[in-house]
Design a binder for this molecule. Sequence first.
Ligand code: GLV
Ligand code: MN
Ligand code: MN
Length: 410
Amino acid sequence: MPDEYSHVEGARVLADLNALRGIGAYKTGVHKPTFSEPHMRSLQWLAARLPDAGLTATIDGIGNVFGTSKTAGRKLLAGSHLESQNFAGWLDGPLGVVYALEAARVINPDSDTSGTVEVAAWCDEEGHFGHFLGSRSYVGDMTEAEIDAARDRSSGRPLRDALRDAGLAGRVRVTAEPGRHIGYIEAHIEQGETLESNGLAIGVVTSIVGIWQYRISFVGEQNHAGTTRMSVRKDAGLALARLCVAIDDRFPAVCGPLTVWTTGRITLDPGAPSIIPGRADMLFQIRDDDPAVIDRLESVLRSLADEVAAHGRCGVTVERLRTGAPAMMALEFQQGIEAASAAFAGGRSVRMPSGAGHDAQVLATIVPAGMLFVPSIGGVSHHWSENTSDADIVTGAHVFVDACRRLLAG
Ligand code: GLV
Ligand code: MN
Ligand code: MN
């Protein structure tokens, strides 16, 4: 590995990631829902380290952490997020934040490199209160009314209460300063198995999927499970199950090669063994990097919902909750990451789309953006067992820092 440029301290990167894993630890992963005590402690942890990189730390009114510099010259923004899905993995988010911190620690004091790395930890990438709260606030795509209306998807707690309890109420929300950054770079675990199964070290992200999310509600008739004849039931739960099966039957003929769809939550009301559910709800998501494909699938979804309503004697409504645009990663960022992979990962890289959502897709609406992936063991993520080998983490850090240098050098 050439070391005339990187100067990454692999042991420091691993120690930082393990320190963050120790805050809110759950099995080998973490449980850090947005604005929970361990999440806030992780933000403080980062804020305390930013001065080591010559940066001034701020935690803003939506829970974003920024490390900013007063130095003149080219600036690159780097980051990811520190909250987790519930009872999930230790690297989804922190990897990119620690790489950004390491890049700032290595590059900012280095007189041989012109330019500065600034650091951001975006709040609530994992969508406990909506989606991309922090990065959307930064790009100016978040109204006070949206904050008023947002609630924690698990507990129903209003976002305003969470901000108050976290000590953030009344703080200014930092928004992007036009022209300040040459772009945004984010590292992340792949969360799939493309890299591992091909013996590769780095994914050079080309595009990030758009995510469209729906609440689909079924209204039937609650009644006795023993005395109501099958022919007259209006079983909302059965209607929901029919729709799930119909989606899986019909979507493959109209989807794109990379489209995915998921029913992530089902609730039956009242949810008791001796009662026919009178109401059922499902949260449903479609992802693709072509909005025209998702649009087409939404039409199919709505007509399937109508068919199920007619067949199941239940009312079915489809409400779109989220329309997330896909994003293309800037070509010069892809080239910079690829060149860094050639220098520090033996060229073991591949260009690939991201099926996961990332703050980089929000930042891409205002500045050129790029992402790199490191391998996920077994392709597992959004589960506490998520992991990446130490060797791959350290290689990724070298590639990330080298890519930052190349981008700052223009
Ligand atoms: C982000 O975590 C996603 O769900 O893609
Ligand atoms: Mn993530
Ligand atoms: Mn995630």
